[in-house]
Design a binder for this molecule. Sequence first.
Ligand SMILES: *[C@@H]1O[C@H](CO)[C@@H](O)[C@H](O)[C@H]1NC(C)=O
Length: 634
Amino acid sequence: MSRSFTRACLLGGILVSLLPTTHAFYLPGAAPHDYAEGEVVDLYVNALTPMLAGHDNAKLKSLINYDYYDPRFHFCEPEGGPHKEPESLGSILFGDRIFNSPYDIRMLEGNGTCKVLCRNTISGEDAKFINDRIKEDYALNWLIDGLPAAEAKVDLKTGDLFYDMGFNLGDDEGERAETPALNNHYEIVFRYHTPKPGIHRIVGVLVWPASIGGSQDTLGDCTPNQNTPLILRETGENAVQYTYRITWKESDTPWATRWDNYLHIFDPRIHWFSLINSIVIVVFLCLMVGMILYRTVSRDISRYNAIDLSEDVQEDWGWKLVHGEVFRRPRNPMILSVLVGNGAQLCAMVGVTLVFALLGFLSPSNRGSLATVMMVCWTLFGGVGGYISSRVYTSLGGENRSKNSFLTATVLPAVVFAIVFLLNLFLISAGSSGAVPFGTMLLIVVLWFGISAPLSLIGSYLGARHGAIRHPVRVNQIPRQIPQIPRYLQPWAATLLAGILPFGAAFVELYFVMSSLFASRAYYAFGFLALTAGVVALTTATVTILFTYFLLCAEEYRWHWRAFLTGGGSAFWLLAYGVFYWASRLSLDSFSSVMLYMGYLLLLALLDFLVTGTIGFLATYWAVRRLYSAIRID
Ligand SMILES: *[C@@H]1O[C@H](CO)[C@@H](O)[C@H](O)[C@H]1NC(C)=O
């Protein structure tokens, strides 16, 4: 047993040395679009999202997206009204709402000319709405040729230039804190690359938004005056003129690497630190578990077996005492097996998604590909869930197989669906565009009932045909009495104690994941993420086995549920960390935002609990079987 752990540790070490992933790695998406001179360049607008303000200790103030064409914003609309662009499932789920726009952009034309987009009147009521959004640091998100419009920023630590996606709706810094200025002018810089004469490719889009006050009826020279920004009065009507100026700049960046500037990894050292931290934890654990399970257990085994030989009638001790109990049917095998089945389905999904990400298939230009791959994987792995659930169920002595298959296919999706549905209500009531549209909901239900559930039933059938796992020792007729167990092995104490290690291995990386989930920072350090996930899985498995060993030594033989709970212990830490993140990094000002955050956090913790609980349970099941098949029992 210890040998396989050492092997796993070694493998981890080798993987790490193979990992030059301080740079984001991806395969470019579709083929490049070659523009001829004068060809129309489409500019698409996406939903407005709250952004982290530039300064240090910036806090996210909201979690609610708004449609670009939300009538309260009064942005200029294209002739004939805006049209929705087709999007992938994952892109919709992650809040993209892409429309066309009235900007008139032609390749290499109109260099440096100031143009008026339109003039609008904003009522006092809507001015207040806009001002509130500026105070919450909302950002505009544009897409041009698959690239997001960005603000150029400098990484203060390294001095590197990078592109921060999105740009400010307005300015509320410093003296503008109470009277925010609306940005009504956009300096748009297109960086283009010319691989061959006559062929141009867009390799970067930068926007410098500015606020131009004064008369909104005459077109000046588009130069903002520091002293007269455009401030919307919340009493009475405001005239607003939207202007823009395009500059074409040649660039050496080839099309294939155009995303590199966007996928800036802040301080890669932190990722390395996190990784080393995790590796230390794992090596430490491997050694500990290896030692305990190898030394103690093999000594135990040889002593147990020796005693039996030298007919000395001696009392058994330790975990051998409960050999007639360990495979006793646990309480509620139905619920346990359903949890394990669904956990296994999620594990398979996470694993395959990470492999896809590592191989670079989740190109950033293919928006929402991560979420799409996850949904598709989850659907297709329905069979895995059904199979594992039904095998575990029969092995635990369950009899009602059809009920088991039915519950495995329906309970978890129903719970997740219910939570998402509730969060959706909050989004709708907040007037947000982030609510999942009805059609998408329907598509998800079809994926679930049409593909995942039938696959799960087929898996259940196969699992039932394979039958129960055989156990190495028989179960006694009469249950043993369970003595008082030490306090650190009480369920809650053990769960929290055991959860510290996997959580500790992951929490630095977790910070980045949280930032990308909630503060819409791009996350492409998938190499680090995959390794961290591997480390967490390994840690969860070893820690759970270790605690189960202690438990059995303390003659507490009801390990099934305890293994699941101990494995899932890190989810409670995740929940606590989420609350801490909320308190320290976010300052959400509306009730809906807080409810949304808590809802997503709960969902995340629930899925984490299932995944790690399943890993813990299955690893322990394997270990317990190995343990008890090694001793002789008369
Ligand atoms: C556009 O103007 C800028 C300066 O205003 C200049 O650097 C750039 O080369 C011009 N681009 C083209 C295509 O003429």
